[in-house]
Write a protein that binds this ligand. Structure first.
Ligand code: UD1
Length: 370
């Protein structure tokens, strides 16, 4: 019987939403979080974190903090990680340390204190390019775009013989193509948890998250993806800047659906030992996303197609969520337009809330309010 759950990284975007979901189901939730300044600004408990969450401020690499956080816990969600893809390419030591060593420390602690379930946050980033199908119906698993191609503005990847490729939803069986230290570290986290889970009989599930979006995605957080960036541009009456030609496709999944999947990963016995994609099952191009968001926000601002590109960007990767449906009974439910509207609404209110909090703190520090 699972009563108390530890979420490492539980003060973050996905972790805090998961905490809400688990609390609503009557579970006790503890979060171990370092409150990293890049994500949290001030090292204080975030206002959005539910009051009932017991927050242990500490580093996942600190065995003492981890052991303390594990006391009395029946299940663990391992979400603590540094999450900037680009940043991982220069802060190599830091990313490898937090993500890989942090996972190692947690797993060593779990040997002494096994739990009934371990759920680890993995990432679509480990796929690199998604799966493609050629004209001859052949499946291509190892597609890459060369820098020469990109310099010429040839955005779509081609088969080795130059023929066209069509992107198809990517299943878990696609072999990883690791293109960043971040992706490598996420793959390591996933493999380490699955391996140790099997060795020590800790039922473990790895969830490969696609492009997660929703409220609490801090703009200063490098994990913040294209949706929050675009929303912020629209709200400042500026056009979103679209890389390449805007026809690259992604699977945007709302954080509400993600936490539903996380809960199922805890409850569904048969999920143990599985690696499962979590996406919406729908693919949208970046330009479609910009246009939809403009409509939802009532802005008549067209996106600016820049024709420039980010080194290391993939062209298309969308989720095959067949396994999540079959094994977890996962059914994504958030309509994309509704999700976009909610994200934008949160972004507008965020500053207001922040000011209210600051004002309250200022008053309190002067003894003018409680
Ligand atoms: C990457 C990671 C993913 C991580 C996510 C958020 C890979 C393969 N995936 O996803 O694990 O969860 O970052 O950190 O490394 N774009 C624009 N204009 C912008 C910003 C982005 O056009 O202002 C485009 C990008 O070129 C890209 C798409 O939007 O084609 C999505 O970008 P982003 O939201 O950063 O996420 P990914 O690159 O898909």
């Amino acid at each position: 019987m699972i009563r108390r759950v530890l979420i490492t990284g539980g003060a973050g975007f996905i972790g805090s939403h998961l905490a809400d979901e688990l609390l609503a189901r009557g579970l006790s939730v503890r979060a171990l979080d370092s409150l990293h300044p890049q994500v949290h600004g001030e090292r204080t408990r975030p206002a959005y974190l539910a009051r009932e969450v017991e927050l242990v401020v500490g580093d996942v690499r600190d065995p003492v903090a981890v052991r303390r956080a594990l006391e009395g816990v029946d299940a663990v969600y391992h979400f603590a990680a540094r999450v900037g893809v680009g940043q991982s390419m220069y802060e190599v030591t830091e990313y490898t340390s937090v993500n890989n060593v942090g996972t190692a420390v947690l797993l060593e602690a779990l040997i002494e204190r096994p739990v009934q379930r371990l759920v680890v946050a993995s990432s679509m980033s480990l796929y690199g390019e998604g799966l493609y199908r050629g004209a001859d119906e052949q499946v291509h698993t190892n597609v890459v775009r060369t820098s020469t191609q990109l310099l010429r503005g040839e955005w779509e990847p081609h088969a080795p013989d130059g023929s066209a490729l069509v992107p198809v939803p990517t299943p878990e069986s696609k072999s990883p193509t690791l293109a960043s230290i971040y992706a490598l570290s996420k793959y390591d986290q996933e493999r380490m948890c699955m391996m140790m889970g099997a060795a020590y009989k800790i039922p473990t599930v790895a969830l490969r998250f696609f492009n997660v979006y929703g409220p609490r995605q801090a703009l200063s957080n490098p994990y913040t993806g294209v949706l929050a960036i675009f929303a912020a541009r629209f709200l400042n009456n500026k056009p979103p800047l679209v890389f390449e030609d805007g026809l690259q496709r992604r699977d945007f999944v709302h954080v509400k659906d993600v936490v539903a999947a996380c809960r199922l990963a805890l409850e569904v016995e048969e999920a143990a030992g599985d690696v499962i994609n979590i996406g919406s099952g729908q693919a949208f191009t970046v330009v479609e996303v910009a246009n939809r968001m403009a409509r939802v926000l009532g802005k008549s601002i067209a996106p600016e197609i820049t024709g420039s590109y980010r080194v290391g960007d993939i062209r298309h990767c969308t989720a095959d969520i067949g396994r999540a449906r079959r094994v977890l009974g996962y059914r994504p439910s958030v309509d994309f337009d509704a999700g976009l509207g909610e994200l934008a609404e949160w972004l507008t209110s965020q500053q207001a809330t922040d000011r209210v909090e600051t004002m309250r703190a200022e008053l309190a520090s002067r003894g003018l309010s409680l």
